[in-house]
Design a protein around this ligand. Sequence first.
Ligand SMILES: *Cc1c(COP(=O)(O)O)cnc(C)c1O
Length: 378
Amino acid sequence: MRSEFLPFTRPAINEEDIAAVGEVMRSGWITNGPKNVEFEEAVCRLTGNRYAVALTSATGGMHVLLKAMNIGPGDEVITPSLTWVSTINMIVQVGATPVFADIERDTLMVSAETVRSLITPRTKLILPVHYAGAPADLDAIRAVAGDIPVVEDAAHALGTYYKGRHVGAGGTAIYSFHAIKNITTGEGGMVVTDDAELARAVRMWKFHGIGCDAFDRQNRGRAPQAEVQFPGFKYNLTDMMAALGISQLKRLTAINARRRELAQYYRQQLAGVDGVLPLEAPAYEHTHAWHLFIVRVVSPQCSRDQFMADLKAENIGTGLHFRCAHLQKYYREAMGFQPGMLPNTEWNSDRICSLPLFPDMTERDVDDVVAAIKKVLA
Ligand SMILES: *Cc1c(COP(=O)(O)O)cnc(C)c1O
C-alpha cells in the first residue's frame, strides 16, 4: 500500500504562476482590469470566438447568460441531469423549468435524438455538456435545435476539439477555472460567444446592470455617471485570478498532453480488469482534453460507494462526477422527479467514479491506483 495519500486531483501551479499573481498584487490595481482583458483575448484566440467575458465562476456565467437570454418562468431548458448541479440550480433560480435529456450509456453525452424528442414550443435553450473532456455531437445537436439557441457547458472542455474546431467555436459556451479544472484561477469562469449583443448583455449582467465598470471609468474614459439599466449581479473576476489564468493558459497544451498520456496508460493497465468499465470515446473525430478519467464500478461484489471507501483506505483519493441532479433532495421533493425516469443517467450515477488524474502524477502513481483497484475488487 502507498505510504502517501494520492489525491484525485491537484492543481498544477508553478513559480511563474505565483510570480504573475504577485506582479498584479504589487501593481496597485487588483480587481478586474488589464489582466481580465488579456485573459479574455487569450481565450478568444484559443477557442476562435469573437467575444469572451471573464467571471467569478461558470455558475455565475450560467446565471447571467440565462438572464441575458431572457429565460424565465414558462420557459424550458433541455439539459442532462448527469452534470454539476449548478446548471440545474441556475435554471430553477431564473424561474425556468429544466427538462432532462437522458445520456448515452458509455459516453455520458446527450444525443441529438434524445434532445429532439424533448423539444416543445416552450423550449428556449438547449444546454449540452462536453463530458469529462470529450465533445458532445455538436453538429447533430445544432441540426435538431434549428432556431433554438444552444449553449455548451464546456467546463470540462478547455482544449477539446470537435471535428477540428475548438468546442464553442461559432457558438456560445461556458468554461470553468475552478481548482479541479484543466487550468485554474482558484475560482473563475468565462462565457465565450460570437454574438456581440449577448456578450454586451452578459458584461452588464455581471456588473450591477451598469454599462461600464471601474476599469472602464478610470482607464477608458467612460462616463463615471453610468446608470443602472437593470438590477444586475456582481460576478467580476479579480486581476489576480486573471493573471493566474493567463499564466496557466500558456501551459494548456502541455497540461492536456500529459493528461492524455496518463489516461492512455490507465486504459492499457485497466484493460484486463473486470469490475471497472472506463467510458468510451465518441465515434466522431475529436481531441479529448482528459479532464476526468471515469470508470463505472460493475463488480457484483462491490458497490461504487464501497469501492471509493476501500480505495481511500488504500490511500487513493477518488471523485464522483456526478450524482444525477434529478434525484437529489430538492429536485425529488419540489419537482417530483422519480427513479426510473432516466435509465442511462441513473445507471451511471450509481456506478461512476473518477480516478486520480492530474499533470504532476507519475506512471508509478497510476500503477498504485491499478494495484489498489485489483486488490479492492478481489
Ligand atoms: C465545474 C463545473 C461547472 C461549474 O463551474 P464553477 O466554475 O465551479 O461554477 C459547471 N458544469 C460542469 C459540468 C462542471 O464540471
